[in-house]
Design a protein around this ligand. Sequence first.
Ligand SMILES: [Zn+2]
Length: 557
Amino acid sequence: MLGTYDVLIAGATVYDGTGAPGRKADVAVKGGRIAEVGQNIQATAARRIDAANLAVSPGFIDAHAHSEFGLFINPPGESQVGQGITTEIAGQCGFSPFPLSSRACRHSFFWPDPRRPEWPELDWQDAAGYFKRARSRGMGMNLVPFLGHLSARAEVVGDEDRPLLPAELRRLLQIIDDALAQGAPGLSSGVAYKPSTAADAAELTDCCRVLSRHGGVYAAHVRSYEAGALAAVKEAVEVAAAAGVPLQVSHLSVAGRANWGQGAAAFEYIAAERRRGRRITADVIPYPTQGLWWGPRIVLPSRFKYDWRQAWGPQARRIQGELQAAGAVERLARELEAHPLTDEAAELKLRPEDLWAGLHIVSAGAAGADLVGLPLEEAAARRGVTPGRLWATLLAADGEAMGTVLFSTDEADFQAAARDPGTAFCTDTIATSPDLVGASFCGIQSHPRHWGTFPRVLGLYVREQGILTLAEAIRRMTALPAATFGLTGRGVVRAGCWADLVVFDPLRVGERGTYTSAVAYPAGIEMVLVNGRIAYEAGRFTGELAGRLLTRDELSA
Ligand SMILES: [Zn+2]
C-alpha cells in the first residue's frame, strides 16, 4: 500500500547535525527530501521503520577520499555506504580524473593501469566529459569531484617535476579556469607528489586566485606530514590567505616519532589563524597507522623496483622469485641490517628505530603465522634473529601473504585533532566492495578504515573513550563538512533538505574490521538512505544507485 510518504522513520532519537543534543522525533521522507521532522507524525508511508531504540543523523560526509575512479569499477561503493557515508569529497591530494590527455593519464596513483580489464574506456578529456561519463554510470553515494592541481600541472609538463616557464604557468591557469568553469567545485593539491613538488607557493597562490574567482575550497595535501609538517601547514595557510580562498588542510596528522607534537602544534596554529578571521578547516584519518603499502615502500631496497602504486601480489611473487637465487636472502638480510631504510623512507624523515618497532605484521604465510599481530622488533626477538633478517626470510617464504602496517602517529596529536571544532573526519580511501578487495584493489591493500572509519569514531572515541560527545562527533561528520564545502541542503536533518540519513544503534555502533582482517561491514549501522532511497539495510547493500555527482551548480540544489 502506498502512503503519503516514501519512508517514515518513527520514534528515533534525532541528532540533527548541528551539534544539538538528540531529541525524540519522527522523520518523514518523500521524493528524495526530508518532508517533515516532528513528534508523532500521523501519516502512512510506503515503508515505516520503528526506530525507538535507534538514532538518526544526517548521512556522513567523507571530507577526503579518492573514489573518483573506483566508482567506475564498482558503482555501489559498498565500503563507504555501509559505514554511513552518503557524500564523498573526491579528487583529492592533487589527483583528479580530468583533464585527461594521454600525456597526463599516468599521473594518478589511484589511476588505472589501462590494461586492467575492469576499467572503462577513457573516452573523456575535460571536466565536462568526466562529469557526463560519471553520471551515465550511477553511483551508490554522492560524489563531489574536485579538480587536482597535480593532474592539471601534468597536462602542461608531463612528469617533469620542475618550475614552470611563464607560458606554461598561463596554460596551467587556463586549464584550471576551464575545469572550474565547467563545474569542478574546488581545487586540491598534493605538492608532496611528483610532478608537483616543484610547484612553489607563488604558483599555488596563482592557482588559488583562479579558484577565488569561481568560489570553492582549496584542499591541500601539504608538502610534508613528517619533519616539515608545521612549516608545510603554514605554507598552505599563507597561500590560501593570499588568494582569499577557504582552506581545508587534508588528513592532518604527523608521522614519525621524532616529529610527534607537530600535529598538536599545527592545530594550535590553525586555531590562532582562525581567530584572525581566516577560513581554515581540516580533516583527519582517525587511525594511528599508515596504509598497508608502506612496509615494502620503506624497507625494500630500490633494486627490487617495488612500485607502491601497483598491486602487491604480482610484485611480491616476482620478488619472491628473485629471492630464490643462491645467497639472495642472505644478501637482503645483511642490507636491511646495515641500512634498514630506503631513500624514500629517509625522505620521509623516519628514523630506523621507529621502523622495526612501528611496523606490525598483519598477515603472513605459514612461516610467520604465529607472528601475526606483533611488531617486527618483537617478532624478530621471538625468533632470535634481527628484524631485517626476519623480513627477508618471510618475504622469501611467502611474500604475497605478507602484510605489515606502520604505526607512526601520536595519540596526543589525534586528541588535538579531535578537540579542534573545525576538523572533520575522512577515510582517504577508494570505495570498494566485499568482492573486490581480496589482497589488493587498485594497488591499495585493504585497511580497516576502508570499512569502519566513521563507526570507529562513534564507537571508540565517543562511546568508549568519551573524547567527543555523540552530538559533536555527528556535527563533525555532517553539518561541519557540509558548511565547509558549500553543500547547502545536506548535512542536517531538517524539512526540505536532501534525505541523506543514517539510522544507527548508538550502543552498538563500531568498526568490525581489524588490521589482520579489514573487510567487514561495521556494527550498528542499521540503515543508510541516499537521496531518500534505502541504499543499505541490515548489513547489505540494497542495489540502489541513488547517489549524484555534485558539481558546482548542484552543491546547493
Ligand atoms: Zn593526500
